[in-house]
Design a protein around this ligand. Structure first.
Ligand code: AMP
Ligand code: GLY
Length: 423
């Protein structure tokens, strides 16, 4: 089988690694891919948003199966373009990817179908939002409606901060058109956990749990980023919590999408808060998380193509989804200055130490080839993932392996997985 993977970050690198393990696959293409993905795939320099070129490429190469991994192309209907051209494609259609692409949509869906989440109001107009905030309890959470690289959420402790937030989102348009509408949400407290689920539109199967670290600095200080590290599983996600979420969140969400005529096939990522009043949904994503994929996929026992194909074919109920009884930690090596401003183009050394291993991984997020050498090409550069018998061992292994790799301006958090010690 010939497979095309659309995307070029660490998540796509982890997916490509898993696809390459499948005995059913004999050729992999990636668009655009990156210097790490190139170990397994022939990379084509096509934008993830260029549906026309992507479909033409898939036809020319006689691709049998496409995986659309990032949020932007899913929200723009790139999966639809492949499906409408008769190519088997993993990833939700645009009308289902809206569950991530519009926070107002997802909040309204949860309200209509009684799925536990924070109380909220939606605003199209800055003046109305400001008036509402005058009497709202603080802290409060402001969310740009649309896609904003995981950065369109502001937690405001005071009315002054909230007013400044409305200005940033709705008036200064810091997140572009994502801020034409805004959701104002009740502030919740508790442990956060990410549960990525496969779905074929009827059946939903949760994967093992994970936790992300979104802030740039140690002890959750600094700006929000795309994700500075992850661990899996979450020790706080007990069997009891999992049962509750299956009954009250996962299955009801898939059923709600079906009832709305928006059948969801692909990965539904549920960002949860384990509040004192039970688990509640923080957000949905319509795809694997990045860097959640980097700790979840290496622990999966199944052939990823079997599972993804079952999602497309509507036969997920026949799949026995299994994960290793171990743990994984991913520490993101970033460029100093991320997420604000940083330099690119520095050569990366030490990557050869990961070659051929299936216990330590260097998943490339932002890299490229320059004069035959791998160089830094983004804020997040490489996710160092290690497995271990338990979380403490996996974390020690991952931090040890961060020393194997070097480049100028290398930056990382030193407390990924700190919550493990508090269980
Ligand atoms: P989101 O992109 O919606 O997941 O939001 C990013 C981060 O903001 C989450 O991971 C939480 O840490 C925080 N957050 C979002 N919504 C809330 C909320 N209602 N209460 C408290 N924290 C929140
Ligand atoms: N790591 C969070 C996300 O992928 O949205």
């Amino acid at each position: 089988m010939k497979v095309l993977i659309v995307g070029g970050g660490g998540r796509e690198h982890a997916i490509t690694w898993a696809v390459a393990k499948s005995p059913r696959v004999d050729k992999i293409y990636a668009a655009p891919g990156n210097a790490g993905i190139a170990d397994y795939a022939e990379c084509a320099d096509i934008s993830v948003m260029d549906a026309e070129k992507l479909v033409a490429f898939a036809k020319e190469k006689e691709v049998d199966f496409v995986i659309v991994a990032p949020d932007d192309p899913l929200a723009a209907g790139v999966a639809d373009a492949f499906l409408d051209a008769g190519i088997k494609t993993f990833g939700p259609r645009k009308n289902a990817a809206i569950i991530e692409a519009s926070k107002a949509f997802s909040k309204d869906l949860m309200k209509k179908y009684n799925i536990p989440s924070a109380a909220y109001e939606t605003f199209d107009d800055a003046d109305a939002a400001l008036k509402y905030l005058e009497t709202a309890p603080m802290p409060i959470v402001l969310k740009a409606d649309g896609l904003a690289l995981g950065k369109g959420v502001l937690i405001c402790n005071t009315l002054e901060e909230a007013k400044a937030g409305v200005k940033e989102i709705m008036q200064d348009k810091k997140f572009g058109s994502a801020g034409n509408r805004m959701v104002v949400e009740e502030f919740m407290t508790g442990r956060e956990v990410s549960v990525l689920c496969y779905s074929d539109g009827k059946t939903i199967k949760p994967m093992t749990s994970a936790q992300d670290h979104k802030r740039a600095g140690d002890n959750d200080t600094g700006l929000n980023t795309g994700g500075m590290g992850t661990f899996s599983p979450s020790p706080f996600y007990t069997d009891e919590v999992a049962d509750f979420c299956m009954k009250n969140i996962y299955q009801p969400t898939i059923d709600a999408m079906k009832a709305e005529g928006r059948e969801f096939k692909g990965v539904l990522f549920c960002g949860l808060m384990l509040t004192p009043n039970g688990p509640k949904v923080l957000e949905y994503n319509a795809r694997f998380g990045d860097p959640e994929a980097q700790v979840v996929i290496p622990r999966m026992k199944n052939d990823i193509i079997d599972v993804m194909e079952a999602c497309v074919d509507g036969t997920l109920d026949k799949i026995d989804l299994q994960f290793e009884d171990n743990a994984a930690v991913c520490v993101m090596l970033a460029s100093d200055g991320y997420p604000v401003s940083y330099e690119k183009g520095f050569p990366i050394s030490g990557l050869e130490k990961f070659a051929g291993r299936d216990d330590y991984f260097a998943f490339h997020s932002g890299t490229k080839f320059k004069d035959g050498k791998v160089v830094t090409n983004g804020g997040r550069v490489i996710g160092i993932t290690a497995l271990g018998a338990d979380l403490v061992t996996a974390r020690a292994n991952a931090y040890a392996a961060t020393e194997w790799v070097d480049f100028d301006n290398k930056y990382m958090r030193h407390d990924i997985g700190k919550a493990i010690d508090e269980q």
